[in-house]
Design a binder for this molecule. Structure first.
Ligand code: ATP
Length: 322
């Protein structure tokens, strides 16, 4: 390889910067030039590629967001636009590409690998941890900790006012974030898209804990899921059962902030390993984590299968507050 490029795409996540740094420094160490593509696939189509040096990634390991910027780009879903993208990369002498992003971004990476002779490696960058083939994603740990920070504060108010709070966390269509946050926050209940909500049961449970003196305040963690407004509707239903809960939507604060130590190490390792896999001749793969080790998974299977929520973990979330 003479030159490779790196981009971040889709929703940003804390740790994308150390991942970019890992790619850039590992490639430069091997004498390979690295281009940073600005604003994901949009920047690629616009030809916004900048040659990076070691100092381009200085002082970013601790910064949230992504110095390369990110975007969503509908145009990239069209094969003719992807052909333009391949030509833009080839004109610069780029033979390898690292894509850091979620499900959609990795789908775009797979298309590029299939339709050209470019070597393409994806890295899982999302706070949702909803990517098949990897136990962990860049940004997940930080987002869990950010949500916990907020919930610990909300608990103070919940307790002062003897009130229940429904706290909505992100996670797209998956309940990973909600389940982890629920367990770590000691939530009274976790609502995820993978399992049906039994609102009457939840209402009864809250009333019982109030009556038995176990708790007159508590936290119910709700995954945003596919159903916008679900959290407000749950609150309304609980009101009809005699509770007076409040709603807090954590929203975008979960996507920002300094990456945790765990995410910095994960992102740095995956970034450097992406370069190693490119040099070893791999393409059309994602580099992820399995049982604590770094593994490569064909992008084809990453995008084809849905990662299932661990039922034992979800049961644990429900069990521990009883
Ligand atoms: P997150 O879920 O964490 O926000 P993501 O990568 O899944 O990240 P998406 O908006 O789904 O976010 O996808 C990001 C970009 O990837 C899209 O805007 C588009 O440019 C590209 N992409 C998504 N799906 C496809 C596809 N089917 N074919 C080609 N490119 C795609």
């Amino acid at each position: 390889f003479d030159a490779i490029a790196v981009l971040t795409s889709g929703g940003d996540s804390p740790g994308m910067n150390p991942a970019v740094r890992g790619v850039v420094r590992a490639a430069l160490n091997q004498g390979i030039s690295v281009y940073g593509i600005q604003k994901g696939y949009s920047g690629l189509l616009a030809g916004d590629l900048r040659l990076m040096t070691s100092s381009s990634v200085r002082n970013i390991v601790q910064r949230g967001g992504t110095i390369l910027k990110s975007d969503r780009c509908e145009a990239f879903k069209q094969p003719e636009n992807r052909r333009t993208a391949v030509q833009i990369l080839k004109d610069k002498g780029i033979q390898g590409l690292v894509v850091i992003g979620g499900d959609g971004s990795l789908t775009g990476a797979h298309c590029l690998a299939e339709e050209s002779d470019l070597a393409v490696v994806g890295l899982p960058g999302t706070i949702d941890n909803d990517i098949f083939g990897t136990d962990d994603t860049i940004g997940f740990d930080t987002a869990v900790n950010t949500a916990l920070d907020a919930i610990d504060k909300i608990r103070d108010t919940a307790s002062s006012h003897e009130r229940h709070f429904l706290v909505e966390v992100m996670g797209r269509n998956s309940g990973f974030l909600a389940t982890h946050v629920g367990i770590a926050a000691g939530a009274e209940m976790v609502v995820v898209p993978e399992y049906e909500v039994h609102i009457e049961q939840l209402g009864q449970q809250l009333s019982e804990s109030r009556r038995s003196g176990k708790g007159s305040s508590g936290i119910i963690v709700v995954a945003e899921g596919r159903d916008p407004g679900l959290t407000y509707r749950l609150a309304e239903q609980l009101r009809q059962q005699g509770e007076d809960p409040r709603v807090c939507i954590l929203g975008h604060i979960q996507r920002g902030g300094q990456p945790s130590g765990h995410d910095r190490v994960l992102a740095s390792s995956l970034g450097a390993m992406a370069v190693s896999y490119l040099l070893a001749g791999y393409s059309d793969i994602m580099v992820g984590v399995d049982a604590g080790g770094i593994v490569e998974v064909p992008l084809d299977s990453v995008i084809r299968y849905r990662k299932g929520l661990d039922p034992h973990l979800f049961e644990l979330a429900l069990l521990l507050h009883k």
